[in-house]
Design a protein around this ligand. Structure first.
Ligand code: ATP
Length: 358
């Protein structure tokens, strides 16, 4: 991967507040890259620094081989789509999109052609003449995208672009955005605090906490091999069960007994005491009479709580004779029984997907 954007030790302070603390990363040409983290961790600040709206206090931002220090936003090969996409309600859709071109001084024919192209790209080809105030939320979002893409930036910066949309539309627009990114082939940097959104859309994700990047990885790696307990807890769900390391990867796990893990299952190394981290799909709640499958471990547990979610049911379980609490998610396949709180169940599991954290 040849980096299009290089962030090197980027720092940003607002008065005494240290919003970015030594951010270093490389983002590739044509990559869909997401910045994921809790509210206030510095995602928007970093995006604005890349766009040129927020000069770093120190460190360098290089785009396409050029140091961006002192380069104003409109001279950068970037364009930004904001959280509140400022659409002009009194203008038509086409006029809103053409607004992105105002600085270029193109002749009317060329302008018309570029607007048509951009509207096609976002699936609004037929709506150019419509008044912008008569658009749905999803359509407005597309207008904002068309207006940003019409300048043919090398990098599109998106600050929570879907947060104003309802859940169904949001899912639809996520797929659209991904399709659009593949089609135009430019680099997208998306800011989101929604882990599902980041996992489903990105080539790579940078997880940020308190102004620092905790991990950069593709979605599957981030989910399966989070580098720290904090990342694991933020990206997807995890149960953490107290454990003691007995040596050579052997661990005594509360409620589950002894397991042996490999080095790679302890991302921050083994220590005498720690936790075993378990994703909810790694545990299976067996139906009465169901076999556990070859090599699976079995544990008796009691259902503490159950949350029915249509496609899946989430169980909170306590292994017999322990205080450990485990979360398991089961698909509600036809005919599969639901277990009530208080029920005793058999839990089948395989430690190969367990992780140890200090
Ligand atoms: P959110 O998801 O809530 O938008 P974020 O991760 O994007 O959060 P930022 O908006 O980057 O977070 O803000 C990071 C921190 O910097 C916050 O504590 C914020 O209050 C602070 N901050 C951001 N901009 C300024 C500013 N112009 N002046 C002072 N503090 C600021």
């Amino acid at each position: 991967m040849s980096p299009l954007i290089t962030l090197d030790a980027v720092e940003k302070s607002f008065g005494n507040y240290h919003a970015l603390r030594g951010i270093s990363a490389e983002i590739g040409a044509g990559e869909f890259f997401s910045l994921l983290g809790p509210s206030g961790c510095g995602k928007t600040t970093l995006l604005r620094a890349i766009a040129g709206f927020e000069p770093p206090s120190s460190g360098t931002i290089t785009i396409a081989g050029r140091d961006m220090a002192g380069v104003p936003p409109n001279k950068r090969p970037t364009n930004m789509v904001f959280q509140s996409y400022a659409i002009f309600p009194h203008l038509s859709v086409a006029e809103n999109v053409a607004f992105g071109l105002r600085r270029l001084g193109l002749n009317p024919d060329e302008r018309h052609r570029r607007v048509g192209e951009a509207l096609e790209m976002v699936g609004l080809g037929d709506l150019g003449a419509r008044a912008a105030h008569a658009l749905s939320g999803g359509q407005r979002q597309r207008v904002a995208l068309a207006r940003a893409l019409i300048l043919k930036p090398q990098v599109l910066l998106l600050d929570e672009p879907l947060s104003a949309l309802d859940k169904a539309l949001r899912g639809h627009m996520q797929a659209e955005l991904r399709r659009l990114q593949r089609q135009v082939g430019i680099t997208f940097i998306l800011v989101t605090h929604d882990q599902d959104e980041a996992l489903s859309m990105s080539d790579r994700i940078a997880v940020m906490f308190e102004g620092q990047i905790a991990q950069i990885a593709p979605p599957t790696e981030l989910y399966r091999r989070p580098k720290s307990r904090q990342v694991g807890a933020f990206v997807g769900r995890m149960s953490f069960v107290p454990a003691r390391h007995l040596g050579a990867g052997r661990c005594a796990v509360e409620g589950l007994g002894e397991v042996t893990l490999s080095e790679s299952q302890a991302p921050d190394g083994f220590d005498e005491t720690g936790v075993i981290a378990i994703r909810p799909e790694v545990l299976r709640v067996l139906a009465p009479g169901e076999g556990a499958g070859k090599g699976a471990h079995l544990t008796q547990a009691q259902v503490e709580e159950r949350a029915y979610g249509g496609e899946t049911t989430t169980y909170r379980l306590r292994p017999e004779g322990s205080d450990a609490v485990l979360e398991a998610v089961m698909r509600n396949a036809p005919g599969r029984p639901l277990h009530k709180p208080g029920a005793k169940v058999q839990l089948a599991w395989d430690p190969s997907a367990f992780l140890f954290f200090k």
